[in-house]
Design a protein around this ligand. Structure first.
Ligand code: MN
Length: 282
C-alpha cells in the first residue's frame, strides 16, 4: 500500500457571498479543475453573532453540480423552486444534485448558544449527468453511522470506512465523505482508490498527515498526491473532514453557481434563467 504524500496545504481565504456572509473558502471552481471532481469548499462559522440571524444566501440558481451541506452547530433553512422545504440541523447533511437546475435559498440559523458552524462542498457532475432531474438526499444525524475504535471516531456520510457504509448513495463521483475525530495518540488510515482525488479539511486541533507526517493545525485543507492509502495521527487530538472522489477528466467552464463543460452550455443556462425556462417540471 502506498501511503499518500501531501501535495499542498491550502489556507482558507475569507470571502463574502450571498447577502454578505463571510466564509472561509479553501477552493473555488476554476477551469484548471485541479481538484476534480471537487469544485468548491467553504466553511461558515459564526460565533455568537451580535444580533438577529446571520445573513444568508437568498434565491439563487445552480446547474451541473452537487452541493453538499453539513452542519455541526446551528442549522440551515432550505427552500427551492420545486417546492422542497427542509431544515438541515446540527449533524445533518443535505446532498443536493442540481442536475439541470434548481433555484434555492439557504438561510443559516443560530444554535441556542448563538453559533453557526457548517460546511459546503461542491462536487462536479460528469457531462452525461449535468442535465438530469434534480435530486435531494437529506440525511439526519441519527442515520449517519459512527465507527469508533482505538481513539478514532468516524462519521460516515458517503462511501465506507471499515465496512460501514454511509447513507448517501448513487453519486457519480463515487465519493468518500467522512468526519474523522482522532483522540490524543490515535492513528487513522483509510484505503482509497489510487487515482481518486483526496482532500482533508482540518478544523479542530492538529495532526500529522501524509507520508511526510507533516503537522497540520486547524484550519487548513490538505491535498494529497495519488496513492492507495491516506494516513493521519495526532498527539493532542484533531478533527477533520476527509473527501475522496473519482476525477471525471472533462473540461469544465464555471460561471458563478453553474459549472458546465462548454461556453455554449453556460450561455444556455443564462438564457434559460432570462427566459424563465431554467427550472423545468420534467
Ligand atoms: Mn446554493
Amino acid at each position: 500500500m502506498s501511503n499518500r504524500s501531501i501535495s499542498r496545504v491550502i489556507q482558507p481565504q475569507t470571502v463574502a457571498e450571498g447577502a454578505g456572509v463571510y466564509l472561509q473558502r479553501s477552493i473555488a471552481p476554476m477551469r484548471s479543475n485541479e481538484y476534480d471532481p471537487f469544485l468548491l469548499f467553504d466553511h461558515f462559522h459564526f460565533r455568537a453573532p451580535r444580533s438577529g440571524e446571520p445573513r444568508g444566501f437568498p434565491l439563487h440558481p445552480h446547474r451541473g453540480i452537487e452541493t453538499v451541506t453539513y452542519m455541526l452547530e446551528g442549522g440551515t433553512q432550505h427552500r427551492d423552486s420545486l417546492g422542497n422545504v427542509g431544515y438541515i440541523g446540527a449533524g445533518d447533511v443535505q446532498w443536493m444534485t442540481s442536475g439541470r437546475g434548481i433555484l434555492h435559498e439557504e438561510m443559516p440559523k443560530k444554535s441556542v448558544e448563538g453559533a453557526v458552524n457548517g460546511f459546503q462542498l461542491w462536487v462536479n457532475l460528469p457531462a452525461a449527468k449535468k442535465m438530469i432531474a434534480p435530486r435531494y438526499q437529506g440525511v439526519t444525524t441519527d442515520t449517519i453511522p459512527t465507527v469508533s475504535h482505538d481513539g478514532v471516531t468516524v462519521r460516515v456520510i458517503a462511501g465506507s470506512y471499515r465496512g460501514q457504509s454511509g447513507p448517501v448513495t448513487e453519486i457519480a463521483a463515487q465519493p468518500l465523505y467522512a468526519d474523522v475525530t482522532l483522540g490524543a495518540g490515535a492513528a487513522f488510515s483509510q484505503p482509497v482508490p489510487h487515482d481518486h482525488t483526496v482532500l482533508a479539511y482540518v478544523f479542530e486541533g492538529q495532526g500529522l498527515f501524509g507520508a511526510q507526517q507533516e503537522q497540520i493545525p486547524a484550519t487548513h485543507l490538505v491535498v494529497f498526491e495519488p496513492g492507495d492509502e491516506v494516513r493521519a495521527q495526532s498527539e493532542s487530538g484533531v478533527r477533520f473532514l476527509l473527501f475522496a472522489g473519482a476525477p471525471f477528466n472533462e473540461p469544465i467552464v464555471p460561471y458563478g453557481p453553474f459549472v458546465m463543460n462548454t461556453n455554449q452550455e453556460i450561455r444556455q443556462a443564462v438564457l434559460d434563467l432570462q427566459n424563465g425556462t431554467f427550472v423545468s417540471p420534467s
